[in-house]
Every structure is written in structure tokens, then in C-alpha cells.
Design a protein around this ligand. Sequence first.
Ligand code: IVH
Length: 685
Amino acid sequence: MDAAAEIEALRREIREHERLYYVLDQPRISDADFDALMNRLKELEQRHAELITPDSPTQRVGGAPREGFVKLRHSSPMMSLDNAFSRADLADFDRRVREGLAKSQAGHALDAPIEYVAELKLDGLSLAVHYEQGRMVRAITRGDGETGEDVTENMRTVRSLPLATEAATRQRLGLPDRFEVRGEVLMPHRAFNALNAEREKAGLALFANPRNAAAGSVRVLDPRITAARRLLFFAYFLLVEGRPPLPEHSQALQALAELGFEVNPNWKVVEGLPGAWAYIEHWENRRSELPYETDGVVFKVNHVAWQERLGATSKFPRWAIAYKFAARQGVTQLLDIGTQVGRTGTITPVAILAPIALGGVTVTRATLHNEDEIRRLGLMIGDYVTVERSGDVIPHVLNVVRERRPADAREFQMPRRCPVCGGHAVREEGEAAWRCVNADCPAQLKETLQHFAHRDVMHIDGLGPAMVDQLVAHPVTTDGKPVRSIADLYHLDRARLVGLERMGEKSADNLLAQIEQSKRNDLDRVIAGLGIRYVGERTAKLLAEHFGDLDALARASADELQQVAEVGPNIAASIATYFAEPANRKLIERLRAAGLRFRQSRPQRQGPMPLAGMKLVLTGTLPHWSREEATRKIEAAGGQVVGSVSKKTNFVVAGDDPGSKLDKARQLGVRVIGESELQAMLARK
Ligand code: IVH
């Protein structure tokens, strides 16, 4: 195959995988295989620069951050839609359409049912995308409807928006080289939940709902941030010089799909009011099953000639309407604030609410995320609050209705002890979450056991999730209790194990033999097995080598810990906190008694340290890494993450929404890099 053909084949294959991944959420190949395809394409394009086209998947990478957005005028106003909230509102709309047509169009009978196209009303932000010579040249936000902002660079990174369309398809459809597509950009629930979870970890303000998150992601100055957020674009209008080029709206939707745009597949041509109503009823019950948010149904008169006869008011077209589903927001009283402990020990405050029906579901609890969120909301127990529930998104509190605050409203304090085990709760500097530091906390137990047994840690085969579930649920230890800590693994009772579901004598013996064998692991594996935050296998090795035995490590002060290569203040603090917890000290004693190795025997070799001795400052949200991850990687590469920018700072790593640290860096002339540059530095040997 010649290079041109291979490049074309690769592009087609990559586009297909991007669609599977970003649009359908059903990847068929691993990330590594995908990267391999992309790398091969990049390599070929590098060798044959003349074959690079602006629509190649390699060209999606966003350019450099910009200073601001340019305002651009729309080809024709982007109007909004009139709303219907009831069957009667919808009937009024249908009557107005029929009357309007009967008056304006000779021969249209007043009682003839109208053909409408029913579409889901997607809850995102609308956008106009312009194509010239079949290629995407501009994307403009709706703005005030007359003018919007130029977000072309950002939208180039959105995989569901084609960068180019095929000439043959345009020809078949009779479409000129210049056309415009309007549609909705949205963020699917899963991407939204993941984004907020990451922001929460990084101590950043959370997005209130997927729509705000989508809008925030389209309107960032750095296109690399848009690229990292999983946005979807659904097309719903095709325009040539501001007008629909095809006689029917349904034909336009089909044409858009043929051109390679994502068209929401749930549209349907319906007949008159009964058809419209049946569509509403169908989706009212099923909207929670969709992976993105829809807040209603849009009905559009199918015949474009009729649309034009009906015209528009100053605000809305008369030929379309949005029927809004029952609100999923409402006001209710906050009865109390409870707490919940996650598998990694994170203590999350939870709002206990007076029951309220939101979009057909009774809601009694809502997440409050963390202490800062409670402060940001200015929340007191007894307050009336607006609660929102959208699709798969966990209900959350939007705001406090201050005027209704009762006289006996009281402040809430995060507990200083874990509500599950009574262990100490700590909130480390730079973190939003309080967490329980007792490694034996039952809430963390299953995760801890599995980590301990992992092949790269203590390597106990046969201790998978199903087995762990059984061990923590049944009396299996020699003193007739379920497993409550990793130390209990060394006190399992064979006879009791044999009694477990799907556990024969042989598998019990195997498991016990594996556990016995794990005692021979070196100290670094034991340290890694403790599950101390930030202490992975590599750090564990360095610690084992430096201190030589576990007691010395346990006694070390934060300063002493920082003497270890690759251990910065965050890792040091985490280790010191771990060994200060009495419950953890008890655990260590039990592990010693069980016969685990507390002294390191093998000498270790050190790997590359590309950031040795460097001081870095993190600011804003990075596209892929949480603050914690970035810190871990930097410290593992010998660098140190410091809190404020000074002349001694080597680099400032800036992401989305950077704070004043970025200004300071510019003032002092400290070099500012992004995540990708950091990544490149870390990869250096
Ligand atoms: S048609 C003049 N179709 O709803 C026609 N809009 O309230 C205007 N929207 O600004 C747009 N899904 O952001 C149309 N299938 C759909 C839609 C949709 C969501 C949004 C759009 C628009 C707003 C109007």
C-alpha cells in the first residue's frame, strides 16, 4: 500500500474508533492500540507533510491558549423557543399553527393534522458551525442570538464534530461548498460526574450541572482543556446562507447524518397533536435512561415552506415549540447533614432532606461534596434549599433560600472522627476532602485487602474481589470473626474457610499456602501493602532502601522523610500521618507478630530522576491529571511541589482556571508549562 492510501485508511479507522469511544461510549480497542494507530498516522504524516490535511484526526489537537474570544455575527439570528408546560399549552400551539396556515395558505384545511418533527430537547448550549469547501472553518456560540463568540479552535477538538465532509455526499445532496450546521454541545453524565470528581479532589469549584460544565468547557481559552473534556455535538439544523436548503426538516436531519454529523437518533416525524403527545409520553418515562440530559421535547413543523409562511415573532419562530418536562429542581428543607465514608476513606457530607418529588422520583438525600462546598453555599441545618436531580447525576443542592432561614438554623461542623470506625479524620493541606486515616476502617477494608494482595504488592493469588467479599462477611479467622484487617489474613482458620461457598479443601489450602508464602516478601512490598496514600511500589522501594527497616521508617519525622530521594512534603506528610495513627501502629505490631519481613534484604537500583532538585508549582485544573496524581508523578521524578511561586521556582504547571500563581510566575519570569510539557519532562531519561 502506498503512503497516501495507508494514511487514508488509518484516518478512516481512527475516526471510526473515535466515534465508538466518544459518541457511543463503546470502545472496541484499548487506549494503547488506539494510540498506536494515531502514532503510525503521525509518523506517516511527518514523512509526507504534503499529505497532511486540516481534517486529519491528528489536527484535532488544540493550538495554544488565547487571550480572549472574538465576537462574530450570525448568518441569521439564533432564536430561542417558546415553551409549553402542559397539554393545553401544546394544543394552543398546534391550533395557532393550523390557523396560521389556513389563513396564509389557500387550501390548507383548518382541521388537517400538521406533520411535526419531534426531537429531544438537549440540555447543552447551541452553536453555529460554518463549513467552506466542505471544511469546518468557524464555530460560534449562540451569544445573544445576533452575535456570538468564535470558539473554532476549541470545537476542533470535539470528536463528534466532523472537520470535513465529503464532496461526493455534498454533491448528491445538492449542497454548495459553503453551509452552516447548528446544533447542541453537551456533556454526557458520565463525563460530568468524572470531571466533578476530579475537580473535587483538586479542591476546585464544582460545576452545578452538565450544561454549565459543557458551556465552561467550550468557553475556555485553552483548547487543550476542551479536548480533555468529553463533549458531544448533536446537529439539528442545516443552513445555506441562513436558510434551510431542503424542503423538509426531516430531510435535513437525514442529510446531516449522511454528511457525518451526529444527529440525535431519537427524532421522529409525528402526526398532529396525538402524535406529538405520544412522543412526549414515551420520553417522559425514559429520559433517565439516556446517557445525557434532556429537559423536554422540541416540535418543528416539518415543511420548510410552511415554516416560512408562519414566520417568527421578535423572539421565537411560530413554527416550533419546546415542551418542557416536569422540573427536576425544587425547594425543600435541609433536616440534617450526615456523613458517608467512601472506600478510600473520604468522608463526604450528605444532605438529609424533607422528601421532595423531582421529575417522578422522591429525593431524600443529596450530596454536599465536601466542607468547602457547604461553606460556599452558606448552608445551615434547617435551611430551605433548591435541590436538583438530573438523570444519572446524584441529586445536589444548588443554593440556599436565605429569606426562609428559620431562627433555629444551626451551623454544621465536619466530624473530627470517622463516623464508621472512630479513627481520626484529617484534612490535608491543599485537599478538599476530610478522610479517615485508620487503614483498618471497615469502609476501606475491602479495597485495602485487594491492594495488599495485588500481584505487584504482596502477591497473594486467589484473593480476588469475590473472595474478599466472603472473608469480610463470614467468621473465618481463628478467633471466629470475619476479616477486619490485613493482619487477620495471617490468622485464617482452615476449617472455617472450607465451609465457605465455592471453597473446597484444595482451594483453601492453596489460599493459605499463598498467604504463608507472602511472608517472605521483602520490606518494600510490605510498605507498599500498607496502602499509605501516595506510597506506591516505587516510593516503597526507595523508603525500604533508605531506612532499611520498618521501625526506622515509622519513627522518621517529616524532615527525615524528605531526605529520601523523590519524597516531597506531600508524601512525607502522608507517611507521618499514617504512622501517627494508633490503629495503624497496632496493625504493624500484628504484622510483625505474624512474621512479615520488617527488614530490607535486597539492594535496590534507582531509576531515572528527570526532575531531581526542581521546584514546581501547580495551578488550575490539568486536563488529565488530578492535583494528587501530578504531585505523585513529580515527586516520583525527584521534583518537589511547592505552594507558592518564588524566584526559586523552576516551573509553574498551569491548567484550566489558573489562579494568581500564574500572574506571579509571569511577573517573576518563571517558566509556565502545561500538562503535556510536564509529561514530556517526566518521560525524559
Ligand atoms: S431548535 C429556532 N432543537 O433549546 C430554533 N433547539 O430554547 C431553535 N435545544 O437555544 C433551536 N435541543 O440551545 C432546537 N433539538 C433541538 C434542541 C434545541 C436543545 C436548545 C437550543 C435552543 C434552546 C431553545
